[in-house]
Design a protein around this ligand. Structure first.
Ligand code: NAD
Length: 270
């Protein structure tokens, strides 16, 4: 499994399984087991996905040891606003039945995020988390965290795919060696409506999904595609045996049109 070097010295697997909208039971457990069998070593959950119990059970019962699986979870907005980040982490660890997570993110930039960041720093010192980072933080929100904190975030998880490249946020992150993770890398399934990916894939014997995910990886972005179907999970994992040419990379670059499939971090109401 390829990895990305983080600014804290740890290596984070470049491919993870996203589990948003996966049921908190056998559905998520099966998906994670299939992913680990297919070579994934990274799972992305969040308190708000309401499936941390299943995620914890899947990792505990997998054939891969816990210390070889990268587990990310996130602090939800209400917990940040209410100043209960530390308590929320303890609750997540309880549901996961784990004594640490590999990466803990603030899920969205909301009031209280600088205090929440300081709580994350304390959790890091206490060994409850191996890395801390952000999600959906644009350049201005990131600047607030950098001003208030002692630890530079290791990761920023943002919406990223060929229709939405977010260059301003990425440039700000690059300046601080903050690695980008792409959420909705498969455009929530809408990649199938863009013929370019399948056309390019034909030249490599690869599917449209594999082309989109490989384009992200070649831009040094970590991907966490979601699926609960074994065939798709396996397909989405077969990314490391081909390389897109510079010409094909540029053809995909040209599709950028600032189109979001999820909420705008500068304008959301939850
Ligand atoms: P995604 O872009 O990964 O798309 C998933 C959908 O694409 C699936 O539901 C399925 O319909 C389709 N699909 C997947 N593999 C396919 C294949 N091989 N062939 C055809 N169709 C396929 O969408 P996502 O779930 O929004 O994002 C991935 C993960 O990112 C989430 O599960 C979650 O972990 C994370 N996420 C984080 C945030 C955040 O705010 N931090 C927001 C959204 C998602």
């Amino acid at each position: 499994m390829e990895t990305q070097q983080l600014n804290n010295g740890l290596k984070m697997p470049s491919l993870g399984l996203g589990v948003w909208q996966s049921d908190n039971g056998q559905e998520a457990i099966n998906a994670i087991h299939w992913a680990l069998e297919a070579g994934y070593r990274h799972v992305d959950t969040a308190r708000i996905y309401k499936n941390e119990e299943a995620v914890g059970e899947a990792i505990a019962t997998a054939s891969v040891p816990r210390d070889q699986v990268w587990l990310t979870t996130k602090i939800w907005n209400d917990d940040i606003r209410q100043g209960r980040t530390t308590a929320a982490l303890e609750e997540s660890l309880g549901r996961l039945k784990m004594d640490y997570v590999d990466l803990l993110l603030l899920h969205w930039p909301v009031d209280g995020n600088t205090r929440a960041w300081q709580e994350l720093e304390r959790a890091l010192s206490a060994g409850k988390v191996r890395s801390i980072g952000l999600s959906n933080f644009m350049a201005d929100d990131l600047e607030e965290i950098l001003q208030a904190g002692d630890v530079v975030p290791a990761v920023n998880q943002i919406e990223y795919h060929p229709y939405l490249v977010q260059s301003e946020a990425i440039t700000a992150c690059d300046e601080h060696d903050i690695v980008i993770t792409a959420w909705s890398p498969l455009m929530q399934g809408k990649f199938l409506e863009e013929p370019t990916f399948a056309e390019i894939g034909e030249g490599y014997g690869k599917t449209a999904a594999q082309v989109v995910l490989r384009w992200c990886l070649q831009n040094d972005v970590i991907v966490i595609p979601k699926s609960v179907h074994k065939k798709r999970i396996v397909e989405n994992g077969e990314l490391f045996d081909f390389e897109l040419s510079e010409e094909d990379m540029q053809r995909i670059d040209q599709l950028e049109r600032g189109q979001r499939f999820g909420p705008d971090p500068h304008n959301f109401d939850f």
